[in-house]
Structures are given as C-alpha cells and as structure tokens.
Design a protein around this ligand. Structure first.
Ligand code: GDP
Length: 304
C-alpha cells in the first residue's frame, strides 16, 4: 500500500498515472478538506470530489474539477434569480453536494459519507478526507479574513494576501482510517499540490505527523523555478513566509520528507533531490512520473 497526500489538481494529475500502474486496492489518498464550503445549502468538498471523480473515470480533466460533460442549468437559473453563486456548479456535481450535505446534517462522519459516495461511483481506491472536523483555510486581505474560495474563485486571486489562517472550532484530528492507512503503507507520497492550502492542512491534523515519522516519505514539488505550474501557490507561500520555489516547499515540509523530487528543468538546486520530468501535460506524462515515483517508493520504502 502507498498513501498519497492530495489537494485537487497537482496530486490528482499524478494519481491519474498511479491508477494505471498500481492495484486499485493498494492506493490510499488522504485528501485536503480545508477548502470545503457550503454553497446554496449544499456541501462542496472540492478536493475529495476531484479525487473521487478521477478514480471513477468521470472527472473533467480539462479543468480538474467537476464531472465531464456536466450541464449547468440549475446554476444558470440561480444566477437569473439574482442569488450570487460564485462557484459554477454542474447539475450532476450538485447532486453529490446535495447528498453530502444531507448526510452531514444527519450527523454522519465525512469519512463514511465519502465511502458511501465512492461506493456509488464504483471507486475501489481508499479515498479518505484528512479529518472529520470542520476546518477552513481563510486568507487575510483588504476585504478582511475571507474563505480561500472567495479569494481564488470569486476574486480570481487578484487581491493581495497578507496572511493565511486556518480556522476550526476544535483542533482537527486525523481520523483512525487515515492513521491506519499511513501505518499500513510502505511509503507516503506528498504529491505536487499547493503546500499551504492543500498539504499543510493535512499535516496540521493531530496524529498524522507521528504516523509518518517512521515511514519513507517522498515529496514532489509543485514549483519549477519561482513559479508554480498553475494556481496561486506563489502568493500563498510568500504570505506564509516561504520562498515560492522548490526550496521553499522543501523548507515547508522540513525533515518529515526523506526524498524530494523536483522537475528536471528546475534551476533551483536542492541537495539530495531526484529530478524527473514532473510536468504532467497528459495521461502519458502522468504515467511516466507515477512509475518513477513508485519505483523510488518501493525501493526505499522496503529498506526502512
Ligand atoms: P488545488 O486543490 O486545486 O489547489 O490543487 P493542488 O493543491 O492539488 O494542486 C495545485 C498545485 O499543483 C499548484 O501549486 C501547481 O503548481 C501544481 N501542479 C499542477 N499541475 C502540475 C504538474 O503537472 N506538475 C507539477 N509538478 N505540479 C503541478
């Protein structure tokens, strides 16, 4: 078993390759939930949905969110009614959010809800929300402390961020299922996701770091040079006091990581890092990187 830590774009691109070269039952993914949000009365867990749809073979891999060939009739009607829904939600995607919202209101754990939804989509991989505790990434901007989705989706990342704040009523705990998956794994792979909004929230859940300490941990950088491959990671890294590079990423993860993977084009030098082509522009590239990362995970993981 290998456990992956994932957000909703970079690591899912790697998982697209992993899925083709690994037994589905040997794949566990711990997914960030700090971008979750209630919209129009329903519950969106964007990163969980992306990973679930990917494994189910129904993800829109042009955008890396939502279902392929979905329609937006309800969203368009909501806008006509003047109810600002700033995230474009597809009709079939919304059905998942309605189901999740109802199950949460019934008092079910997000972990069990995710399992139910994955079963309905025929997903055999072990998709695990990082925690059952509600936790939200907010950013401090001139508009005040706003949800990350308001910054990135509503404001399109065009406003300055002064700070990144994680908000939860009680400290988030890693679930028993997450700890068991990590403990049963030969290695843990931190995929090329946003270090501040996708990976750090997972590592902040009580228990996971302790479970990872004895494991062989590989991290793949989401940066090439001083820019992320996509998205707002540079602004978030700077607002959190890190350089927006692979070096800043390595510093952010610290000694939890045993082997750092960076892109072969990256001008930033990290001692001991392994270099591959990490730019996953299509399925073949994802498979190639997955094979390289899994080879390292299996070789090194069996030695620890
Ligand atoms: P989010 O939840 O949508 O923010 O997605 P993630 O946190 O999972 O992924 C965002 C990160 O993925 C960004 O920082 C990108 O730089 C990185 N990323 C996207 N595509 C690639 C790729 O092909 N290669 C690498 N190395 N990183 C990528």
């Amino acid at each position: 078993m290998i456990t992956f830590l994932s957000g909703g774009t970079g690591t899912p691109k790697l998982l697209r390759g992993v899925q083709k070269v690994m037994d589905r039952h040997e794949i566990s993914v711990v997914v960030n939930t700090a971008e979750d949000i209630w919209i129009s009365g329903n519950h969106i867990s964007p990163d969980v949905d992306t990973v679930m749809y990917l494994f189910a073979g129904v993800l829109n891999t042009d955008t890396w969110w939502g279902l392929r060939d979905d329609t937006f009739t309800t969203h368009e009607e909501i806008l006509k009614l003047g109810l600002g829904e700033y995230i474009a939600i597809g009709d079939r995607d919304r059905a998942v959010h309605i189901a999740r919202g109802n199950m949460l209101r019934d008092g079910q754990r997000l972990t069990n809800i995710t399992r139910t939804l994955c079963d309905r989509f025929g997903v055999r991989e072990n998709v695990l929300p990082m925690t059952d505790t509600e936790v939200t990434t907010r950013v401090k901007t001139e508009l005040g402390l706003i949800h990350y989705q308001e910054y990135w989706v509503r404001s399109k990342g065009r406003i300055q961020i002064e700070d990144v704040v994680r908000c939860s009523k009680i400290p988030p705990e890693s679930t028993e299922e997450v700890i068991q998956a990590v403990e049963a794994s030969d290695a843990v792979v931190i995929g090329p996701s946003n270090p501040i909004t996708s990976i750090t929230p997972i590592l902040e859940c009580n228990g996971i770091r302790e479970a990872m300490v004895d494991k062989f941990v590989i991290a793949v950088s989401p940066f090439i040079g001083d820019a992320p491959v996509s998205g707002p990671a540079a602004a978030l890294m700077k607002a959190s006091g890190y350089e927006a590079t692979s070096a800043g990423t390595a510093q952010c993860y610290g000694d939890l990581v045993d082997l750092f993977v960076q892109d072969e084009r990256d001008p930033v030098k990290i001692d001991g890092a392994v270099r591959f082509d990490t730019l996953m522009t299509g399925e073949e590239k994802s498979i190639e990187l997955a094979k390289n990362v899994l080879r390292l995970a299996r070789q090194q993981g069996s030695d620890t």
